[in-house]
Design a protein. Structure first.
Length: 209
């Protein structure tokens, strides 16, 4: 069974509270999401493998550590997942970025795939899938399946806010994928929105309705 990591650092919780507030505008919402993504990234990449290398400081030679081999790929689920990429890219500038386009059918609440573009060597990298909201889990599960079909074996799902229903679905369909979130909220309402949540993350990031 995959693990759910709730990253409850005080600064993450403080920024998330501001994001939840309906009075927070798109500019501040985007900035806070970027900042939280950077902070969460430290935990998501905590066990990334290292290798020892010989370098020379201004004082002397030494053996130091650096990230081993091919490193990381960030794969946002469009469009809201894009809001988390810049924070992770600040942490790991050499990470490659793929994109998976999914939208939710408003009647069935099920995801529909419309775009997929991934790095050629995606199967050799640790992949972080980003989507601010883990609601029903449909989009995330479809994205994870698409990555596995392309040979990916080391995948992590990074979300901002999750519903218990979405967590349970990912754990059932992808028990090998750990989930990293800033909060697990109460439930989904009849429209499949997370309660209390923060509304539609995509609309709030891009100022659309």
């Amino acid at each position: 069974m995959s693990q759910v990591h709730v990253i409850d650092h005080p600064m993450i919780q403080h920024k998330l509270t501001i994001m939840r507030n309906k009075e927070t505008g798109s500019k501040d919402f985007r900035q806070l999401l970027e900042e939280i993504s950077l902070l969460m990234g430290y935990e998501v990449t905590r066990d990334i493998p290292l290798e020892e290398v010989e370098i020379e400081t201004p004082i002397c030679k030494m053996t130091a550590k650096r990230v081993l081999g091919r490193k990381l790929a960030i794969v946002p689920i469009l469009r809201a997942g894009m809001g988390m990429v810049e924070g992770l890219h600040t942490l790991v500038p050499v990470a490659k970025v793929g994109h998976i386009g999914l939208y939710r059918n408003e009647e069935t609440h099920e995801p529909v795939v419309y775009f997929c573009k991934l790095p050629e060597d995606i199967q050799d990298r640790m992949v972080i899938v980003t989507d601010p909201m883990l609601a029903t889990g449909g989009s995330s599960c479809d994205a994870l399946s698409m990555l596995k079909e392309r040979g990916c074996k080391n995948i992590r799902l990074m979300c901002l806010v999750a519903a218990p229903e979405g967590v349970a679905r990912v754990q059932k369909e992808h028990p090998d994928v750990d989930i990293f979130v800033a909060a697990v909220d109460d439930h989904l309402n009849e429209d499949a929105y997370i309660v209390p949540g923060l509304g539609d993350a995509g609309d709030r990031i891009f100022g659309t309705k």
